[in-house]
Write a protein that binds this ligand. Structure first.
Ligand code: ARG
Length: 467
């Protein structure tokens, strides 16, 4: 005979009316989400207070019951915040943990709170509120990272470094310009976070299990009380939608990809072979066996966290892709993915902001590297177009011969004697040497968005006004 009296086998006090016995231990383990959804306690309590207030306003519950409920919920909030709350796995999730405690605190009035709602709209609400706050935090953190880059860009608007394509020296650029490329990327990430907040800014509460409710609730009232623009329009969609979580993960994945590219550059730049930057002691580690080493661990971990975030995005897309409308328990698995990705993203942005602010830039190394690899070859070709009237394709060919000659002599383009250059093309004069320096090269690229220090300063001013 089933033993209905033991703790693990007693039927659930929230939904156990039709159950003779409680769940098997394994059932309880696979079913419970309290281990992770307790993170939603503040949102859950806020949502319940708004719901109870609306129920009383609409005459669905009495004002006295509402007062008891609100008072009890505030007590629970301080209990949880001060670590004096015992979460129970038998009570499955945060919603039932809070409600059971409310019943202990205020008695039968607690049972009225769940009128005209379901855990389906409740969890949709709690999670939306959490994701909204996380997106706001992401926005702020990205603003901090952008500010760090703007400062470095201003400091290095004139510092010349090699620009790369295929990781081969391409043309000289300024380090300020390179920093501003990241400002553009993180600026787009921030805009995506803002858009996502607009998309999710609809209140799910009142959708109930899936079909809405027969009680005369006011969803506009709860939406307003919870800081949403308006209520959602379709109750079926409301309880089966996790787009807001997937959008957060997509944004995190794209921002993570940007952070990871930056991390990769820092790893490369901080090698002794490049020596473009030196990380501060605060953002690097040593080796236990090789005393000379300074490792860019924080950058490497940012690169790795990005892999985790991508995994979370793919996991949630996969969890959702086969679900018939409306709610299915599969959806409970949404939270850990989002929580883990949020933690990784926050850490990655914070670590990158610190590294960018603290790293020492070796402008001498950058400049020396900028001048090697025939980086001003395009400037020679452009000079031939401008000063000797050659079509660009011919100028390209002539310049290629000059590069080949310099290579065979083991020198830079600027080190070729004029006689050598004139042997390749008779119209070359000694004025050409003016464009062959890296400073002249970057200063000449004044096209909108180009690398010239004057342009970079304009880009900095543009972003300063928006940050
Ligand atoms: N813990 C659940 C979740 O996270 C809450 C919703 C449960 N709804 C239900 N009908 N069983 O999704």
């Amino acid at each position: 005979m089933a033993d209905d009296t033991t703790d693990t086998k007693s039927s659930n006090q929230m939904w156990g009316g039709r159950f003779a016995s409680g769940p098997d231990a394994i059932m309880e383990e696979i079913n419970a989400s309290i281990g992770f959804d307790k993170k939603l306690f503040a949102q859950d309590i806020r949502g319940s207070i708004a719901h109870a207030t609306m129920l009383a306003h609409q005459g669905i519950i009495s004002a006295e019951d509402k007062d008891k409920i609100v008072h009890g919920l505030n007590t629970i909030l301080s209990e949880i915040e001060s670590g004096n709350f015992e979460f129970s796995r038998q009570l499955e999730d945060i919603h039932m943990n809070v409600e059971a405690r409310l019943a202990t605190l205020i008695g039968p009035a607690a049972g009225r709170l769940h009128t005209a709602r379901s855990r389906n709209d409740q969890v949709a609400l709690d999670f939306r509120l959490w994701v909204k706050e996380e997106l706001q935090k992401t926005e702020q953190m990205l603003t901090g990272l952008i500010a760090a880059f703007l400062d470095r860009a201003e400091e290095h608007a004139e510092s010349v470094m090699p620009g790369f394509t295929h990781l081969q020296t391409a043309q000289p650029v300024t380090f300020g310009h390179h920093c501003m490329a990241y400002v553009e990327m993180f600026g787009r990430d921030r805009a995506r976070a803002r858009h996502a907040i607009e998309h999710l800014d609809e209140s799910p509460i009142g959708a109930a299990a899936l079909a809405g409710t027969g009680y005369p609730i006011d969803r506009h009232m709860t939406a307003k009380a919870l800081g949403f623009r308006e209520p959602t329009r379709n109750s079926i969609d409301t309880v089966s939608d996790r787009d807001f979580a997937i959008e957060f993960l997509s944004i995190a994945a794209i921002a993570g990809m940007h952070l990871s590219r930056l991390a990769e550059e820092i790893v490369i730049w901080s090698t002794p072979q490049f020596g473009f930057v030196r990380l501060s002691d605060a953002f690097s580690t040593g080796s236990s066996i090789m005393p000379q080493k300074k490792n860019p661990d924080a950058a490497e971990l940012v690169r790795a966290k990005t892999g985790r975030i991508n995994g979370s995005l793919v996991a949630l897309l996969t969890i959702m892709k086969g679900l018939p409308l409306a709610y299915s328990k599969d959806m409970q698995e949404d939270k850990e993915q989002v929580f883990d990705a949020a933690e990784s993203l926050e850490l990655a942005i914070a670590a990158m902001t610190g590294m960018v602010r603290d790293m020492t830039v070796n402008t001498a190394r950058m400049k020396a590297a900028a001048g090697s690899g025939y980086s001003t070859a395009t400037d020679l070709a452009d000079w031939l177009v401008r000063e000797a009237g050659l079509p660009f394709r011919d100028a390209h060919h002539v310049t290629g011969r000059a590069v080949a000659l310099a290579e065979s002599k083991g020198c830079d383009l600027a080190e070729l004697p004029l006689s050598d250059l004139q042997a390749i093309h008779a119209e070359i004069t000694d004025k050409v040497y003016d464009v062959l320096t890296v400073e002249a090269s970057v200063a000449s690229r004044k096209s909108f968005g180009g690398t010239a220090p004057s342009e970079v300063r304009k880009q900095i001013a543009f972003w300063r006004a928006r940050n």
